[in-house]
Design a protein around this ligand. Structure first.
Ligand code: GAL
Length: 997
């Protein structure tokens, strides 16, 4: 055990910084934690510009608090802010690591190279400040360890970056001329407990406030609520000194006005019939608690959380989490809270059928929880704790099981629960993330259970279920998750003996993280969703994660871009692993989020014979807020539209509605689209917002297209023309009057982050010998990105041209034979491409397709209008958001600007594409499979070579890809590989197109 100088609770006693930095005690001089309350007591915001001085080391003279220190030459830094995001590099730079500690692992010590920010600010108390009140100084978030002086006297120190600390400064504060000084160290013992996968961003990044605490005010209040059988109850806890009484509770809407004459009178209040609070119906009741010297305003939501057997219930009904892991991140502000941005984000979540948030991996700004209460989310509120970096050494010296850190762990959970306990949206506490396991975690859990019996405790790392209430895992595969949900399954569970596994199967299960949304992906969302419907023990989960954490930066040439790990010259970093969100850094929802929306739709619309079946999959809300709209399209052009009366379908029920007659087109596809839309405005979307969609193919049977005629081939030479097409030695060189080159076999795609992933089980991409090797590595090894071509024959016949090309890579025996047959048939230019691999190709392929090069010049291709699936990109294991229709987009709009350039833009199952200068029609192959297309200003090889969008070279060509098939997406960047059904193994494929000028 380390012996350290005692951190005295006597304010003013100073401990030298080096000792403090290695102290595992959480704070000294800080007050007991309490709720973050909306109070009418006077307060003074100390946000704004502070004097700021950054030193490269922590070993500094204690001069920051000296009144005679001249700080005129210091910088100015706003509070709240992270110093590394201000000062144009003068204040250091952000650094990103996932699991790695950016300093030697030698707990509890940190290096002397420890950027230290000294902050100073002068203030006067406002006129009318109550002279007899206690004065409390509150810090809502400072990373990582800080010391505070007021008027030259040290009032305390604290760590726990995303937690609030208060200091009593009554004896130190003056009416005028106060000097507040804060010294913040980037690294401290506490950093070992804050190894979350995110940017390290030091500084005072949440508010600093001075509050008057009236002698007859309310120290703390907790209005716990319960809801059962339509009736609500308030279970109050009021912490206030005697002079504060009588204290009155008022809930005007419920006619509640209860006066408690003394602390002993505070007792439960039955409020009679109420509307319950749920994430779907976030009904809040304004309440006030009025003491003699202070009024607190709260918003009550009545709900009861409970675990019954393996069910997690709110108000007696099973909850299914369609959740997101949410970090606090903003491209300019970092973790500094922006209420408008946060509200917009939460509104976006609601619009995309997200109903739950896990506050990974720390308490968010307290106002976020006001928003969650108001807009309606089930929240798992997580404590600020992660010690993942210890895993590297087999969890040796992990603080989670080391008594020296017990106080720090308990302090963290206390501050977490106490601050946020009043929020109805919070339905579970989480002890933290990826901190191994040990007695300190068990102690946190015991404390939370004792303090708040009304909310279960979650912690994923408790694999064997020794101290938590729900079974939780991250990234378990679909089969494994299914086994967790299956009664009687003896399949082993991670880290469990059979008996421990049996215990875990008696609990509700959640995926605290799944579907790693890094880059293009994730795939298989629908497979996970299907499990939730089939196995009631499975309560859904939380996608990893909501947003990319890109930081807005500029290149030396001034080009703006979103930076990730390594872009700031970090010594150790984890690259773009911090760009794994459903929303890009610039707030644009990814196709993955659209897929999530389609998969998580709260109302299932299915077709059965001539009927529409509407199934309400919600927790408790009926369909009274929804309306049904119908559209009929012929080849993507609207032919009819209308509405369908939707009876009120209660949660868990379904209704069958007869469908009206659909006008069916001759010689065109007929699609009926049904959407469930909001019937009235809500707080998060206007009337008409689409909540769910389904399509029914009502097309008349199509006549099969005859194959091309047999012809007598002869050797061909020189320039040939077939109608609008000109060929040189068998290769297309122009179509109409514009230059077009192709088709050229393309098997490569710019690897997605999932293609580059090698972490988890290889379901399909590789054979046993390549377990642990990414698909992308296999593709490069085989030379799929550097194929060479040899034309074997060029043949012509009347109205036809044929080439056979052998395609292979340097030093490879594997090859692909490509036969192209161009025909001019009654004036129609047709192309058939037969793609036939040799046997022996060892792994999955990224794509099977052809490329056409369309150089700029006359008739440059600006974009496409197409009839097929859209409007966004889709891949074999992410198809639910795509629907059949007629769409239009520019080349730029066709791609998604992922933080690291990669495969993007594939529109599957295309029937017609119009590129302006020319167009083509695609026909199904003999198995009815239609190709997809994409347009790009770069080849996959160019895209693969770029680390950021701005690194892509200037381009003078648009590339058209027509893909007979694409490989699925999976989520192997951190999770399962592509499911075999959606993996593309080498196989023969046929493309059949006709071109129109
Ligand atoms: C999990 C972790 C997250 C994040 C994710 C990968 O293991 O809990 O914080 O790192 O992996 O992006």
């Amino acid at each position: 055990m380390l012996v350290l100088p005692r951190r005295s609770d006597d304010p003013g006693a100073s401990v030298p910084s080096p000792a403090l930095l290695a102290d595992t005690a959480p704070s000294s001089g800080a007050l007991a934690p309490r709720s973050w309350l909306h109070s009418d007591a006077p307060s003074l915001s100390l946000n704004g510009d502070w004097r700021f001085r950054l030193s490269p080391t922590a070993d500094l003279p204690d001069d920051v608090a000296r009144a005679d220190l001249d700080d005129a030459g210091w910088d100015t830094l706003p509070v709240p802010a992270h110093w590394v995001l201000h000062g144009d590099g003068r204040h250091g730079r952000p650094s990103y690591t996932n699991v790695q500690y950016p300093f030697p692992i030698e707990p509890p010590f940190v290096p002397d190279e420890n950027p230290t920010g000294d902050y100073r600010r002068r203030f006067d108390l406002p006129a009318g400040w109550p002279v007899d009140a206690r004065v409390v100084l509150r810090f809502d978030g400072v990373e990582s360890l800080y010391r505070v002086w007021l008027n030259g006297v040290e009032v305390g120190s604290a760590s726990g970056s995303r937690l609030a600390h208060e200091f009593d400064v009554t004896d130190r504060v003056r009416a005028e001329g106060n000097l507040l000084a804060v010294r913040v160290h980037e690294w401290s013992a506490a950093s070992y407990l804050e190894d979350q996968d995110q940017w390290w961003l030091p500084g005072i990044f949440r508010e600093v406030t001075l509050t008057a605490r009236p002698a007859d005010g309310v120290e703390d209040v907790w209005l716990r609520t319960a809801f059962a059988d339509g009736v609500g109850t308030i279970l109050p806890e009021v912490t206030a000194p005697e002079p504060a009484f009588p204290v009155t509770l008022r809930v005007p809407e419920l006619g509640v006005e209860t006066v408690w004459a003394t602390p002993a009178d505070v007792a439960p209040v039955a409020v009679g019939e109420v509307d319950p609070w749920t994430a779907e119906t976030p009904r809040l009741y304004d309440a006030t608690v009025t003491a003699q010297g202070e009024t607190i305003t709260l918003r009550l939501g009545f709900r009861t959380v409970e675990i019954r057997g393996d069910r997690f219930l709110v108000n007696g009904r099973r909850v299914v989490f369609h959740g997101m892991n949410r970090h606090e991140t903003h491209p300019v502000r970092g973790r500094v809270f922006d209420g408008e941005h946060a509200r917009a984000d939460l509104i976006r979540m609601k619009q995309f059928n997200v109903n739950a948030i896990r506050t990974s991996h720390y308490p968010p700004h307290p106002r976020l929880l006001d928003l969650a209460d108001e807009l309606g989310f089930w929240v798992i509120l997580e404590c600020d704790l992660e010690t993942h970096g210890f895993e590297k050494a087999g969890w040796r010296d992990n603080p989670s099981d080391d008594p020296r850190w017990r106080d720090a762990y308990l302090d963290r959970i206390r501050r977490t629960v106490e601050r946020d306990k009043n929020h109805p949206s919070i339905v579970m506490w989480s002890l933290g993330n990826e901190s191994g396991t040990g007695a300190n975690l068990a102690a946190m859990s015991a404390w939370a259970h004792d303090r708040d019996p009304g909310r279960p405790v979650h912690y994923e790392g408790d694999y064997t279920g020794e101290y938590t209430d729900v079974y939780s895992r991250m990234y378990s595969s679909v089969p494994e998750t299914e086994q967790i949900g299956t009664d009687g399954s003896l399949a082993p569970l991670l880290g469990c003996t059979p008996a421990q596994g049996a215990r875990q199967r008696t609990k509700p299960f959640i995926l605290c993280e799944y579907a790693h949304a890094m880059g293009n992906g994730p795939g298989a969302l629908d497979q996970y969703e299907a499990l939730v419907d089939a196995h009631p023990r499975l309560h859904g989960g939380f996608v990893w994660e909501w947003r990319d954490h890109g930081i807005l930066a500029r290149t030396a040439d001034g080009i703006p871009f979103y930076a990730y790990g390594g872009d700031f010259g970090e010594v150790v970093h984890d690259g773009n692993f911090v760009m794994d969100g459903m929303v890009l850094s610039n707030d644009v929802p990814t196709p993955g989020l659209h897929e999530f929306k389609a998969v998580a739709q709260p109302v299932a619309l299915t077709f059965d014979g001539g009927e529409l079946v509407v199934t309400n999959r919600r927790h408790s809300a009926s369909t009274a807020d929804l309306a049904l709209r119908l559209t009929v399209e012929h080849d993507g052009r609207e032919a009819a539209s209308g509405t369908l009366d939707l009876p009120v379908v209660e949660a868990g029920e379904s209704a069958r509605l007869p469908l009206p007659a659909v006008p069916v087109a001759e010689g065109a596809e007929t699609w009926l689209t049904v959407t469930a839309v909001l019937a009235a405005d809500t707080a998060w979307a206007p009337t008409g917002h689409v909540v769910a969609r389904a399509q029914l193919d009502r097309s008349a049977p199509r006549r099969p297209r005859p194959g091309s005629r047999a012809v007598d081939w002869r050797e061909a030479e020189g320039t040939l023309t077939l109608g609008p097409a000109t060929f040189e030695r068998g290769r297309l060189v122009s179509l109409g009057r514009r230059a077009v080159a192709g088709p050229r076999l393309e098997l490569f795609r710019a690897p997605t982050d999932n293609d580059e992933g090698a972490t988890y089980g290889d379901l399909a991409a590789s054979d046993a010998s390549t377990v642990g090797v990414s698909s992308a590595s296999l593709w490069r090894e085989q030379g799929l990105d550097r194929l060479t071509h040899r034309v074997v024959v060029v043949h012509e016949a009347d109205g036809a041209l044929r080439t056979i090309t052998r395609v292979s890579a340097a030093n490879s025996v594997d090859s692909v034979t490509v036969e192209t047959v161009w025909t001019l048939d009654e004036g129609e230019l047709g192309l058939r491409v037969e793609i036939q691999p040799s046997s022996g190709w060892p792994s999955v392929w990224p794509r099977i397709g052809v490329r056409f090069d369309l150089p700029d010049g006359d008739g440059a291709v600006e974009g496409a209008e197409w009839f097929g699936t859209g409007p966004l990109e889709s891949y074999p294991d992410s198809t639910r958001a795509a629907y059949v229709g007629r769409f239009r987009a520019t080349v730029a709009e066709l791609k998604v600007e992922y933080a690291r350039p990669q495969e993007t833009g594939h529109r599957a199952a295309v029937r017609e594409v119009d590129l302006g200068a020319f167009g083509f029609t695609a026909f199904p192959d003999s198995r009815g499979r239609l190709p997809g297309f994409s347009l790009s200003r770069h080849t996959p090889q160019q895209v693969a070579a770029a680390g950021h969008p701005h690194e892509l070279p200037e381009s003078d060509t648009t590339y058209l890809f027509v893909d007979a098939a694409q490989h699925g997406l999976g989520s192997r960047a951190c999770g399962p590989d592509v499911w075999p059904e959606f993996a593309l193994r080498p196989e023969a494929r046929t493309l059949r197109l006709t071109f129109h000028i």
